[in-house]
Design a protein around this ligand. Structure first.
Ligand code: FES
Length: 511
């Protein structure tokens, strides 16, 4: 695996993405006057939070961004950084669920998100390896050919470019393919640093290493609490994917993990494009040059967080790459989290007194960016044509309900089955160093991790969000909750919301 010289930014797992190297982790300790009331407090410094903060600060609002770790710690630091005009919810699916007008608005949102990234790069002169590339989608069997036809027709229906093309730039046998001009790629953390710099230069305030635990409203002022500190604001944006607590998002967004490899090849067969297959889950390919070395970036094998074996997902992905490419070395492997909305459209807007944006599917770069614009417009009192269609409080017009039930049934299973000991018990002695497992001791479940020295790090395995039992992720060395995707490190510290409280530590010797 690639070695890094410091500095390196941190992210929400043990594995390193290629974007982290050379990024100076920001550590900001903004001194704020205790009584100060900001116009807007933005929680989370990923692409959504920092884009919104920059837009609002530039528009004259006094903003404070509060980040639990460092900018890009979450999904922005782990994305595979594809910038597309098409989306995981295809425009054909969007049309069947939300009508032609809904599909058109969705396409506009994706395109505006794309354009905003480009505009920020130009305006703030952000050097972030941005390059336009062609995008290809290909079908490997007759069923996929039908899907491809629908995908392409859906794009044409909303006014986007899509052309059939015989060849694809990956050595995979295929039956049909389409090409889309002017897709793009970039280095997401360099871009985020550019946004951060522009925001700070515009007078914005940023506070890192501060986890907001709750937000309440008193006399029309939001009080965001982090330990002993309270930050006051007229408006609050949660740019943390799903907001914390048990909210409607706990039932409307399902957390997924995607797996990515950065591979050096023995030959120079690196594709100069963004490429996607139509398998379920799909694979994606592109090339990125890091420190003068080309890497084939291949991803896929997505699954619901906490539900499958990450080791197997990586092994399968590597096997898949080796089938088609002469692999010299796997330089990087990492995984990242995203949220699939139950009806296919993101949730962006105002609900229960806060502004939030989530459910970006695998299209977080464009949808995170356009979310920031929509939220900024709403806060600035402007009209947004997207307000209704992406409203977090919307009632899904048609279809999708079965999917909603499926996700909830899944949640219900873990609430009941896990808590009553359906999983087999195990003993601490059988744990291998460097691994973790939920084991049962004297009738009590504990989440135990044995480190390389043999020391046990034991935790209460009951997720602090809503009580599901966590599962071990041996690749990212984290405890992942199968219900709504909260993640914790080996000492129980929150890595990913919606949980805001750490897992309770248990003295392993006493059990
Ligand atoms: Fe909701 Fe764990 S994330 S119960």
């Amino acid at each position: 695996m690639a070695k890094h010289s410091t500095p390196i930014s941190s992210r929400d797992g043990a594995l390193k993405s290629p974007w982290q190297a050379g990024i100076n982790p920001a550590h900001h300790t903004e001194k704020h006057a205790p009584g100060k009331v900001y116009d807007v407090v933005i929680i989370g410094a990923g692409i959504t939070g920092l884009t919104a903060a920059l837009l609002l600060q530039k528009a004259g609002k006094e903003c404070l961004v509060v980040e639990a770790e460092t900018p890009g710690f979450g999904t922005t630091g782990g994305t595979s950084a594809h910038i597309n005009t098409f989306a995981d919810t295809t425009y054909a699916e969007a049309q069947s669920a939300f009508g032609r007008e809904g599909a058109k608005l969705f396409a506009d949102a994706v395109n505006e998100g794309f354009a905003l990234i480009k505009e920020n790069i130009n305006t703030y002169k952000i050097a972030c390896d941005f390059e336009f590339k062609k995008g290809y989608v290909y079908a490997e069997d007759p069923e996929q050919v039908k899907q491809l036809d629908e995908l392409c027709k859906g794009m044409l229906d909303v006014g986007l470019d899509c052309n059939y093309n015989e060849d694809i730039p990956v050595p995979v046998p295929h039956q049909a393919a389409v090409v889309m001009e002017k897709q793009a790629q970039f280095q997401p953390l360099k871009y985020l640093q550019g946004l951060e710099k522009a925001y700070l230069q515009a007078g914005g305030a940023l506070l890192t290493h501060t986890r907001i635990e709750s937000v309440k409203i008193e006399n029309k002022i939001h009080l965001a609490k982090a330990g002993e500190q309270t930050f006051k604001a007229v408006k609050v944006i949660y740019a943390t994917h799903v907001p914390p607590g048990i909210t409607i998002f706990s039932f409307r967004c399902a957390p997924y993990r995607s797996y990515v490899l950065g591979v050096k090849l023995k030959d120079d067969n690196y594709p100069d494009a963004l490429i996607y297959d139509l398998q379920e889950p799909y694979h994606y390919f592109r090339t990125h040059t890091i420190d003068n070395q080309k890497y084939l970036i291949v991803g896929g094998n997505d699954h619901k967080t906490g539900h499958d074996d990450p080791e197997k997902q990586f092994a399968d992905l590597e096997k898949y790459v080796r089938k088609y490419y002469k692999v010299a070395e796997v330089g990087y492997k990492w995984s990242s989290q995203y949220y699939i909305p139950v009806d296919g459209f993101p949730y962006i807007g105002h609900i229960d007194g806060i502004y939030c944006a989530t459910g970006f599917n695998g299209n977080g770069m464009m949808l995170g960016s356009i979310s920031a614009k929509i939220l900024a417009d709403l806060i600035l009192g402007k009209k947004s044509k997207y307000e209704k269609v992406f409203s977090p409080g919307r009632i899904k017009p048609v279809d999708g309900f079965s999917e909603f039930i499926k996700e909830n049934a899944d949640v219900a299973y873990h609430f009941v089955a896990d808590r009553f000991g359906i999983h087999k018990s195990d003993s601490l002695k059988r744990l291998q160093p460097g691994t973790g497992k939920v084991v049962e001791i004297d009738g009590e479940k504990i989440a135990a991790y044995k480190d390389e020295t043999g020391e046990i790090h034991a935790l209460n395995p009951v997720c602090t969000h809503a009580g599901c039992i966590i599962n071990w992720n041996g690749q990212e060395k984290s405890w992942d909750c199968p219900c709504h995707g909260a993640r914790f490190d080996i000492d129980g510290k929150v890595l990913t919301g919606p949980a805001t409280k750490d897992l309770l530590k248990i003295n392993a010797d006493e059990n």
